[in-house]
Structures are given as C-alpha cells and as structure tokens.
Design a binder for this molecule. Structure first.
Ligand code: GTP
Ligand code: MG
Length: 596
C-alpha cells in the first residue's frame, strides 16, 4: 500500500511540492516530539490533524480519468497526497498543501438543486464530482486503483497464514493484514475533522479527536471510530480557565484577598490538573464570556446537553451521517451514528479525559515491544473468530478488557516484557502529572526513560503461555491489575474482575457473566492444548494437517457437549486459524460477526 501511495505522490510532484514540504516541516517542528525513535501520540495526532484539515473527501464517477481529476484539483493549489477507496460509491481523499486551496475549491462548488426537495445549504468538505466535461473519457473503463478500507475475509486470511512457515510468521502476517493502513488512519482523522466543522457551528474553537483503537496502535481495519469532542483543549498543552473559585487557594496564596469574581488564568494543562505548578496570570480585563456562565447541575448534565444539540445538528445537517442515536444515559454519554462515505461506525463522546489517558497508555505499551501489538492482534482475532467478543454490547468480554488481559500477562512473564503502570508512574516527570476527577492518571511519556528487561520469548511461546495462563488463572478469587502487575484479591463479586487502570474502584469487565468467562477459559484450555500438540510433534506439520484439524473438531465437540457450555450453543465457529489447511478452510462454517 505504501509503495503505491508513493507512486501516486510522485505522480504529482512538481516544483511547488518542495515548498509545501518545507512549509509542512516548519509547521511540524513544534509538534514533533520523537524520543528514542518513538513518536509520541500527541505528535502523531497533531500531524494527522493538520493533514485532515487540509483535506477534502470527494465522491466521484467511477470512470473518471485520474490524471485529469488531479489536474482539475491542482488549479486550487499543490496536492500533497491523495488516494481512492470504495465505500458506498467511489471516493477520493485529497490533501492539499494548504487550507487556502481547500477554501478556493469550496468557492467553486455549487449547491445541487433537486426537484421537490428543499436543500439545507450546509457547506462541508464532503464534495461530489459529477463530471469533468472532457476529462471524463468514455473509453476508460476502469477507474483509479482503490485502497482497501476493510479487512480481508477470514477465508483469505487463513489461506495467507497457512502459507507461512511458523506460528511466529503467522502472527506477524496476521497483524500486517489487520492493522490500520496509512490511508485508513488519514480517513479517520478526516472524518473527525468533518465532524468538527459541524460542531464548530456551536463551539467555534472545538476539536474532535479520535481515541481508542483508531489511534492506540491496536486498531483493526473496520473497527469503530471513537471520537471525543474537545471544547477547551483538554488533551492539548494549553487551556484557559476562568472561574476564580475553581482554582484552589494555594495558587492565589500571594494575591490580594478580594479578587473580582472572574479572572483569566492561562495554565498548563498538567498544572491545571495537579494544582502544584506555577500559574501565569494574564491581566484581568474584567470581561468574561457569557456562555461560560451558563451552568449545568453537573458536568454530566452539561455533557448531555452538549451532545444533545450536536446530535441534532449531526442528524439534521451532517452530510453523510445517518442513523444518529443519542445514548445520553450511558455511564459515558455518547452519540452513535454511521458515517456513510467512510463506512465508519462512529461514537462521539465529550468530557472523556480518562479514555484519552487509556488510549495514551495502550499506545505506549504497544510501542515498547513489537510483541505486544502482535499478541493483542492475535488474541483479539482468536477471540472474535470464536465469538468470545462481539461488536454488539453484551455480557461478553470487550476488546478493551482483552487487551488489558494481554498486557497483564506480558507483565507476568519472567522477566517481564512490559513494566507495571506503577513503575511508569514512578518514571513520570512533572509535565506528565495528570489528575482527572480525583484519579491519578500520571505515567511517563518519555520512552527513553523506560528500561526494558531482556525477555527473548518467541510469539509462539507467548501465545501458548497466554492460553495456559488464563486456562488456569484463579478468576474466582483474584483480580487482574496492570497497575501492580500482579493479581490482587477481588474487591467485589464479579465473575471477571479487571481493575480499571485509572479509575481504580471500577471493574472494566463488570458486564461479563459467568457463562462467557467459562467459555473463555474453556477455549484457552483447548487452544493451549492445540499449541502443545504442534510443539511436541516433529516435524512441525501438524500445524496445518488434518490431525490437528481433527483434534480441533474434537475439541469443539467437547465444548458443545459440556453441560455448562451448552447454553452457548452458538459456538459454531470452529476455526482455529493456526491449525487449518487452506483447502479445508472453505468447508468450515464461519460466523465471526455473530454475537455469542
Ligand atoms: P475496538 O473498538 O473494539 O477496536 O477497541 P477499542 O479499544 O476502541 O474499544 P472501545 O471502542 O470499546 O472503547 C474505546 C476506548 O474507550 C478504549 O480504547 C478505552 O480507552 C476506553 N474504554 C472502553 N471501555 C472501557 C472501560 O470499560 N473502562 C475504561 N476505563 N475505558 C474504556
Ligand atoms: Mg473503538
């Protein structure tokens, strides 16, 4: 994919491109924050956001001539990157060198007129190109090459994996096939940017940022797009705060007692949260913004009101946004909708700073050792294939919980592959301090401070050990705790207890019932056993031959005939992708999307 993108880029390299590159470089300087060869999530996001703001999404006629299409757009300025993809129609993502080019292009657009329907003239960067006059060449039958935005079908994946020579290679290959591509990541940021344009009608300085698997390094093509509406730079470096009474006395200790009620205080986000650093006071103007005085009963009800109006706006005027649901009574209120042009299922939340910290933490763990991402991708894929996880909310283990379980397992290796969260906290510097609603979310962001131990276990060993570890884990008594890196006594009755890394009184797997946990444990036992068979047999053919497959089917029969598991009669997915011969794969029934 990268190769073809490069070819595309070189197609439109012109004298102006260097200027653009230099300008970009300059703009990037203040956000590039690369430590020990790792780009920080903050730097990565800032770069992607910049690209998204200079981009447009164009739906077009499939027989369009690519060169003429680009020539037509280049009249508005240099094009940095572009790619095509297919969703509900054919689309092009085009990133210009500057936002002025986007403005120039929008100047030229016309609002379509449709008989018998009234139009809401909401101008967005989602455009539709009907024809280019002479540019549309009738003899060009095939359109430009489209970049895939969804994962390969499971059968195709199995065929690819069965050609690999070892489980280690299969795991690597699986990650490569499933992980988000450069283009898909750009598209996710572009959708956030388009959403921001809508929300900006109410909150002009807002930002919409992705979080969760879209950016934490564990995202699979086709995963949902989790977004946060950021009204005051909560995850940025600077924020402004107005209410005097919200700042503790400590900060104002050296100031006269009778302060006017409203002060403008510019404060570093980290200091704001910990209240222990120097705060720079900006001279008081005596003016404050009226809208900030309109108080809600609680932060939660403020979030609900904000999401409610944005939801109306998205529903009524959001181009391409369909099926908007306001889920405002959830623990974390959200808007859920489908963005049709990108094909993304979107969740938009607000005031969800802890989720941003979780995203940063998962990103950091994924960057520390490549085995982390490989194992998470493999376990997630295994779980989905067996119906242990599902896209439908319910009593099953979530991908987030599963990821935390993998992290915990990697902390328990000897020597550990990744450090505990408490250790990452100890390494934190003053700028890393973060306390959100009383929860200490501090951990180091500078990768170079983290010393890893030299564990040389292979992916195959780790996968086997993962299954073994959870096949025998004392779930009835112990809680999984990545802060301590050691199991703790369960603080409450729940079949599966995984301590929330930042809101430590919460259990991230509270929804999981006993049946689902039993299924997970049983499948870990079976999978561990299967891998053991492949380890002990020489030569290592059983990985792909019928014997292993036979064992697998046998294992499946044992699962479905087990009294306690009979309730889960929909365990029809018997594919264990490490064990299948590609020719047999097609004869197996797959229901990866079925809820357990
Ligand atoms: P997929 O969408 O399944 O690919 O994974 P995801 O990691 O994006 O999970 P999901 O969309 O369910 O949640 C998005 C993010 O919200 C996660 O990455 C976490 O950062 C956070 N999150 C989800 N569930 C929980 C939870 O139970 N507790 C906490 N603290 N955070 C959660
Ligand atoms: Mg998600």
């Amino acid at each position: 994919l990268r190769t073809s993108l490069k070819v595309h880029t070189s197609l439109h390299t012109s004298a102006g491109t260097n200027v653009v590159a230099a300008r970009e470089e300059g703009a990037r300087k203040d956000v590039t924050d690369e430590k020990d060869g790792h780009k920080s999530l903050y730097a990565l996001q800032a770069e992607r956001q910049g690209q998204a703001e200079r981009s447009v999404l164009i739906s077009y006629h499939s027989r369009i001539n690519e060169k003429k299409f680009l020539k037509y757009l280049s009249r508005h300025g240099d094009i940095n990157k572009y790619f095509f993809y297919e969703s509900y129609g054919i689309y092009a993502v085009v990133e210009f060198g500057s936002r002025d080019s986007v403005a120039s292009l929008l100047e030229e657009t016309a609002i379509p007129s449709v008989n018998h329907e009234a139009m809401v003239p909401f101008k967005s960067r989602l455009l539709s190109l009907k024809n280019l006059g002479s540019a549309d060449s009738p003899n060009q039958q095939s359109g430009p090459q489209c970049q895939p935005q969804t994962t390969v079908p499971i059968n195709q994946l199995i065929q690819t994996l069965s050609k690999e020579g070892s489980i280690d290679q299969q795991v690597t290959s699986l990650t490569e096939a499933y992980q988000l591509t450069e283009e898909n990541s750009r598209l996710r940021f572009l959708v956030c940017s388009l959403l921001k344009d809508i929300a900006a009608a109410y909150f002009p300085e807002c930002t919409v940022r992705p979080f969760g698997s879209s950016v934490n390094g564990f995202g699979k093509l086709g995963c949902d797009l989790d977004m946060i509406l950021d009204l005051d730079g909560i995850s940025g470096r600077k924020t402004k705060m107005f209410m005097h009474q919200q700042i503790p006395d400590l900060i104002f200790a050296d100031m006269p007692k009778q302060e006017p009620e409203f002060l403008t205080v510019q404060v570093d986000a980290a200091s704001l949260l910990t209240f222990n650093s120097t705060v720079h006071l900006i001279p008081r103007s005596g003016l404050s913004l009226e809208y900030q005085l309109k108080r809600a009963n609680s932060e939660r009800s403020a979030t609900q009101s904000i999401l409610s109006v944005i939801g109306e706006c998205v529903d009524q005027f959001g181009p391409g946004c369909v099926g908007v649901q306001k889920i405002l009574n959830a623990r974390c209120p959200l808007l859920r909708f489908a963005h049709q042009p990108s094909g993304f299922q979107c969740d938009l939340t607000a005031n969800n700073r802890v989720a941003i910290k979780s995203t940063e933490l998962l990103y950091l763990y994924g960057e520390l050792d490549p085995r982390v991402r490989h194992l998470v991708f493999t376990v997630r894929c295994w779980a989905r294939t067996h119906g242990i996880t599902s896209s439908i909310p319910g009593a099953w283990i979530s991908n987030f919980s599963l990821t935390v379980m993998v992290l915990f397992f990697l902390q328990r290796r000897s020597p550990p592959i990744i450090p505990t969260l408490d250790h990452l906290k100890d390494l934190a510097g003053p700028a890393d301090k973060s306390v959100i609603e009383g929860n200490d979310c501090t951990f180091v962001s500078d990768f170079s401070k983290i010393q890893l131990e030299s564990n040389t276990e292979t992916l195959e060993q780790l996968l086997h050990e993962f299954f073994e570890f959870y096949a025998t884990f004392p779930f009835s008594k112990m809680s999984i705790n990545i802060r301590k890196g050691k199991e703790q006594n369960k603080p409450e009755v729940a079949p599966l207890h995984i301590q929330n890394p930042f809101e430590i009184s919460l259990n991230v797997s509270k929804n999981v019932n006993a049946t689902q946990l039993e299924r997970f444990v049983a499948l870990c036992q079976e999978s561990s056993w299967l891998l053991q068979q492949s380890e002990t047999s020489t030569p290592r053919e059983p990985l792909f031959n019928c014997t292993t497959h036979g064992c697998l089917i046998g294992a499946w029969h044992r699962i479905t005939s087990n009294q306690s598991l009979r309730a889960s009669a929909t365990v029809v997915v018997c594919t264990f992708f490490f064990s299948l011969d590609s020719r047999e794969a097609t004869s197996i029934q797959h229901q990866p999307d079925q809820a357990p």
